[in-house]
Design a protein. Structure first.
Length: 214
């Protein structure tokens, strides 16, 4: 939603720049209609790109990152998005009712980590274990599990592999949940601090009220 609003603002400013440029070129500089239109398109394009660049720079600085860091995180997020899509397809292809809840929990947790990082790129560094290890393992295991479980006939060896994979996936699910907890650790500490401050403020107000009514 924020990106869409930003695009609208960029488009409005670019359009205004086009109008102003055309009027100046056609009326003040007495250029032809065609040349004035070309200048207007060029001016609007420059303003659109400039506003986008300024917004991007402000976002990067607000998150305490360098352009190089942001580019690196963006590359990892793009790769993670593709992996999450593969993970979701594989999980959804497994139609075991007893695994539906677990699969849904995995998808929700993974997407939450991704969206938190996309919103605040600096959080990437608190979830490196997820992006470099756990997500890859989840995708690889889930795709293999989905493939084996889709076979019409299953030997004892395949059944044993499926059972072992289910157990491993349960462990990975817990690892991914820990990744999310680690990512949100600072937020929890901040919340606890704010709660303590609020409690102290309430206690002081109560003490002042008691003194007033004595």
């Amino acid at each position: 939603m924020k990106a869409f609003f930003q695009f609208i603002v960029q488009s409005i400013l670019a359009f205004l720049a086009m109008v102003v440029t055309w009027l100046i070129s056609f009326l003040a500089m007495e250029q032809t209609f065609f040349l004035s239109s070309l200048f207007a398109l060029f001016g609007g394009g420059v303003v659109f790109i400039a506003v986008k660049e300024i917004s991007h720079t402000r976002f990067v600085r607000r998150n305490g990152l360098t352009r190089r860091e942001y580019k690196y995180i963006g590359k990892n997020l793009k790769e993670a998005k593709d992996k999450i899509s593969r993970l979701q397809r594989a999980l959804m292809s497994v139609r075991r009712i007893d695994q539906a809840k677990q699969n849904l929990e995995i998808i929700r947790t993974v997407k939450k980590i991704y969206m938190n990082t996309k919103k605040e790129p600096k959080r990437f560094y608190k979830a490196e274990g997820f992006y470099y290890d756990h997500l890859d393992s989840l995708v690889e295991l889930t795709e293999k599990y989905a493939f084996l479980s889709s076979q019409p006939t299953k030997s004892k060896e395949i059944q044993d592999s499926l059972r072992d994979t289910r157990i491993t996936l349960i462990g990975l699910k817990e690892s991914v949940k820990k990744d999310l907890y680690i990512m949100l650790d600072d937020d929890v500490d901040t919340l606890h601090f704010e709660i303590d401050v609020a409690k102290n403020s309430i206690n002081r107000m109560k003490k002042n009220d008691r003194r007033m009514f004595k």
